[in-house]
Design a protein around this ligand. Structure first.
Ligand code: SAM
Length: 401
């Protein structure tokens, strides 16, 4: 099976396995851990070994991708980007689709690699971030627009202040959110709006202990003196506008951000699809709405998102995804691979997910001729600065071509 690894290749932090192993030492001047001399075996579709050497020499991740504004977000691949870059660089593609875009970090990597990128997620707030950073090639939030965003909003709604008083943030912060939300919706340019929202979401995540909206009320025991917990939301927002302005760049392509379930996306020809769905966890759940409902609500001022007022944290309804349940996950992967069978498929997966690696490899082999698995040991960090928990897992990229 394509997923079987040789002991030799297991020693490497990056490898491709195939029937034609070939030792190559990249002459890389910018040596990083993962770019140490490795035993690389070529994918079958690489005819000329020199092309691999040349690629290895060029295989420094675009600097820009290292500076993408990281969001504290479950399953974010920000720390894995250099490895994802190395693997994807082995394949030829001009256009890419990232239908589980989350923070947008992988879409941004692909954009930095000069590819035409379509980014999508079924949540509105994550798609909005991608509209600001992936789809947007030119627009910035300049000073006059920022001034308008901070100005009083006459007779504005106090929905956030009244709904979330005593739940999240301080009264001044909540009033700021009502005001800035009213003003953002007055901006005519969709990319300016998206930038302002992206800055607001990152501010809210920084200011919320543990970066999730499952905890509320008196959260002073989480206060470890961090600056992020001391700044007001308005102060954060001003900083984050600059951060997102700096992330805007033109890669010369017409990129796109969509909000859609993966199974409802328009069927358009694309060279490579990068898939990073949620996986059924061994314990707990993986519900994104449960953790980030406040940002999803904020992204549309809770319009058409009724709040369950009986919940302490004022949640909105969960969004169903078949990837979250044991009884539906295997079929969902099968249908998804079938749907994207005309493109190269790169699936991110983790050893602590369900279904197991060998099941996913078999499913991918049903739809793709060549399947290769790349792996990397990884540590996830959860929790506050004081009490950081770590989980050791193996991250996989299963690539079907
Ligand atoms: C593991 S995260 C992706 C992380 C992302 N690659 C990053 O680096 O931030 C999975 C994402 O899939 C989205 N999602 C879950 N089910 C979905 C579905 N059926 N269709 C589209 N998006 C979905 C979630 O909202 C979440 O943002």
């Amino acid at each position: 099976m394509a997923g079987c690894l040789t002991n030799e290749s297991k020693l490497c932090s990056t490898y491709v396995h195939t029937l034609r192993p070939l030792a190559i030492v990249p002459h890389n001047t910018q040596t990083t851990n993962s770019m140490k001399p490795v035993h690389i075996a070529l994918p079958d579709n690489v005819i000329n070994p020199h092309s691999v050497v040349i690629r290895s020499e060029q295989a420094a991740m675009p600097e820009r991708a290292r500076h993408y504004p990281e969001l504290r977000y479950m399953g974010s691949k920000t720390r894995l980007l250099p490895w994802i870059f190395e693997v994807l660089s082995l394949y030829d593609f001009e256009s890419a689709l990232d239908p589980f875009s989350g923070t947008g970090s992988v879409s941004y990597l692909l954009k930095s690699m000069g590819r035409r990128v379509a980014s999508s997620d079924f949540l509105n707030f994550t798609s909005t971030v991608a509209r600001a950073t992936i789809e947007n090639n030119h627009v910035h939030l300049e000073e006059p627009a920022v001034k308008r965003l901070l100005a009083p909003y006459p007779d504005g709604s106090r929905f956030i202040e009244t709904t979330f008083k005593g739940v999240f943030y301080k009264p001044d912060d909540l009033r700021f959110l009502d005001r800035v939300s009213g003003n953002i919706r007055q901006l005519q340019n969709p990319h300016q709006r998206a930038l302002a929202y992206a800055a607001l979401f990152r501010s809210c995540l920084k200011r919320q202990p543990r970066g999730v909206f499952t905890i509320s009320g008196d959260l002073s025991h989480y206060d470890d003196g961090r600056r992020d917990l001391r700044l007001s939301l308005e102060e954060h927002f001003l900083e984050q506008v600059e951060v997102y302005n700096a992330a805007v760049f033109d890669n010369g392509r017409k990129n796109q951000s969509l909000q859609s379930d993966v199974f409802d996306l328009p069927r358009e020809k694309v060279d490579l699809v990068y898939l990073d769905p949620p996986y059924v966890p061994r314990s707990d759940d993986n519900c994104y709405v449960k953790r980030y409902h406040f940002l999803e609500g904020l992204s549309q001022y809770w319009e058409d998102l009724p709040i369950d007022t009986s919940t302490k944290v004022k949640k909105i309804a969960k969004k169903y995804t078949p990837f979250s349940y044991r009884r539906t996950a295997v079929d969902a992967f099968d249908s998804m691979f079938e749907r994207f069978k005309d493109s190269k498929i790169a699936l991110s997966y983790s050893s602590n997910g369900y279904p197991d690696l060998n099941i996913l490899e078999s499913l991918m082999q049903k739809h793709k001729k060549r399947v290769r698995t790349f792996e990397k040991p990884h540590r996830y960090h959860f929790g506050t600065h004081k009490g950081v928990e770590r989980a050791s897992v193996t991250e996989y990229l299963i690539v079907g071509s």
